[in-house]
Design a protein around this ligand. Structure first.
Ligand code: NAD
Length: 521
């Protein structure tokens, strides 16, 4: 978007590239500002850091290096907006209507952010556009819920009282997001938090901040009152931890790795703050010998390689029944051979780059360790060098077989295009292996046996179980983890409850008797 808050950098910075260069469908360069209250402001320390386009490895924008001072200002703005009553004192129907207007504004403009997010994290335009077109639905859905949060009248066992409950907002919510889908994940947090009447300070990942700043502008132009959504940028250890430990913050909603989740939970514990954690996964896909082969092959490939495995629910651990193991692996390998890797702005590219250099190196280290541990690499396993983008961070889609439960590749989240394949004998062994993980975010079951699919959907310990499908998400359906994949839920009716607290109101209907009558003789 063209806007004075996002200054174009002068050519003299050396950052400007022509639109014809790989990965640079957006011709201009930007120096971003943070959004605090009704201001677009420079970071308190006057420092910016470069954000790099993974398609070509080159910096393309400057992001404010927010620190504790910026966290302080943003929380103060959010608190002021909360306490002024401009948001949570709006009657819920009016709040819902305002959110719906914002959602309608987003519908008209959200696609403009596709090239920004693609430069942030390398997502292909063809993957991003449907996700962004859907994004306003999260706001519409929670706008609709804003005036349907009803308390109850308690049929109380105490005589002479009228007792009812109210669901009230918490206050200032801090929302922290990762780099893989910054806009969608911001919507998952903002829409229910705002519908419930809270105000928010949002901090995107240091690897992909630009699209969230642009989203803040759309929310402002769409009519959200000042201070209701504030965006600060910077690193987890700086502005992030300052936000998490700020005494005026009532709730943290966090999406990221389980390692960071542990820090957030500890800090939230210190401050006795509420917290929702959406963390990582090592989600199993169970393929039985009675599965529809084509459907299962397509579902497993999409589950791991769409988005290059950089999805929390990536189906990264494939468990295949013995009888079809070899045939199934052959089909997977054939399905990926010759896949076109390249510029995410090129509609012919079927896979784009890894989102950032540290992640690229982390995935290569996982691949090296899997080889050392004795797994068999049957596809890929190398960096890729597409002709149209020779300097970006590209990886071949990779499949390892003979992966055993003691290996790192079986246990830890790669968050990259690496599939770990293991055989199983029967249903009991499949369930045991599926649940043999510290994570519990999602699982896929591929079978034509209906009774088995029902049994498995009950026996697998994961927040989402897909049967003969994979990867769907909707504003209407809850997402969340079992075990180390986190706690709390996003999306669906459950999510708005994460941003509310229940008050019990007691009203006396009869005169209060004197507790200390005077006849004391
Ligand atoms: P990350 O944990 O490194 O960072 C996530 C965010 O937390 C960033 O904004 C970072 O700056 C911030 N952060 C890190 N340490 C912090 C601290 N101590 N205090 C405050 N903020 C801190 O994760 P990432 O590498 O950006 O994202 C990948 C991870 O996110 C994967 O593990 C993936 O599974 C997970 N993820 C989960 C879901 C879900 O819905 N469960 C969705 C997407 C991604």
């Amino acid at each position: 978007m063209d806007h004075p808050h996002f200054t174009e950098l002068a050519d003299s910075t050396g950052l400007r590239k022509s639109a014809s260069e790989p990965g640079s469908a957006m011709p201009r360069q930007r120096k971003y500002l943070q959004h605090i209250g009704d201001q677009w402001c420079a970071p308190a320390n006057g420092e910016w850091f470069e954000t790099v386009n993974p398609a070509n490895g080159e910096p393309w924008a400057l992001i404010p290096h927010g620190t504790a001072a910026d966290a302080e200002r943003a929380v103060a703005a959010a608190r002021c907006a909360f306490e002024s009553g401009t948001w949570h004192d709006l009657n819920p129907t009016a709040r819902g209507e305002l959110l719906r207007r914002v959602a309608t504004y987003l519908e008209a403009h959200i696609e403009e952010l596709a090239p920004i997010e693609a430069r942030d994290n390398g997502r292909r335009q063809v993957d991003l556009l449907p996700q962004l077109r859907y994004l306003p639905k999260y706001f519409h859905y929670y706008a609709g819920l804003a005036d349907k949060i009803e308390g109850t009248v308690i049929p109380n066992d105490v005589p002479g009282v009228f007792n009812y409950t109210r669901h009230e907002p918490l206050g200032v919510v801090v929302a922290i997001t990762p780099w893989n889908s910054p806009l969608m994940l911001a919507a998952w947090k903002l829409a229910p938090a705002l519908a419930a009447g809270n105000t928010v300070v949002l901090k995107p990942s240091e690897h992909a901040s630009a699209s969230t700043l642009e989203l803040a502008l759309l929310l402002e132009l769409g009519g959200l009152p000042p201070g209701v959504v504030n965006v600060v940028t910077g690193f987890g250890q700086g502005v992030g931890s300052a936000l998490v430990s700020h005494p005026d913050v009532a709730k943290i909603t966090f999406t990221g790795s389980d390692a960071s989740g542990r820090h957030i939970a500890a800090a939230a514990g210190q401050g006795l703050k509420r917290v929702t954690l959406e963390l990582g996964g090592k989600s199993p896909q169970l393929v039985f010998d009675d599965a529809d082969m084509d459907t299962a092959v397509h579902g497993v490939l999409a589950g791991i390689f769409m988005g290059l495995g950089q999805s929390c629910i990536a189906g990264s651990r494939l468990l295949v029944q013995n009888a079809i193991h070899d045939r199934f692996v052959e089909r997977l390998v054939a399905g990926m051979q010759g896949v076109r890797i390249g510029d995410p702005f090129d509609p012919h590219s079927q896979l784009g780059p890894i989102a950032n250099q540290p992640q690229f190196e982390k995935v290569l280290a996982f691949i090296a360790q899997a080889r050392e541990d004795g797994a068999t690499c049957v596809l890929g396993g190398q960096a890729a060098h597409p002709a149209n983008c020779p300097t970006g961070w590209y990886l071949e889609p990779t499949i390892f077989t003979n992966v055993t439960p003691d290996m790192q590749l079986y246990r830890d989240e790669v968050f990259g295009p690496v599939l770990a394949v293991t055989r199983f004998r029967d249903e009991d062994e499949a369930v045991r292996m599926a649940n043999d993980t510290r994570f519990g975010l999602a699982a896929g079951v591929w079978t034509t046996d209906m009774a088995r699919s029902v049994r498995l959907s009950q026996r697998i310990a994961a927040g989402t179980v897909y049967v003969n499908t994979y990867r769907s998400v909707s504003a209407l359906s809850p997402v969340g983890g079992y075990k180390h994949s986190g706690y709390g839920r996003e999306n669906g009716i459950d999510a708005i409850r994460e941003f509310l607290q229940v008050k019990s109101v007691w009203m006396g209907l009869a005169p209060v008797p004197n507790p200390f009558p005077q006849d004391r003789t």
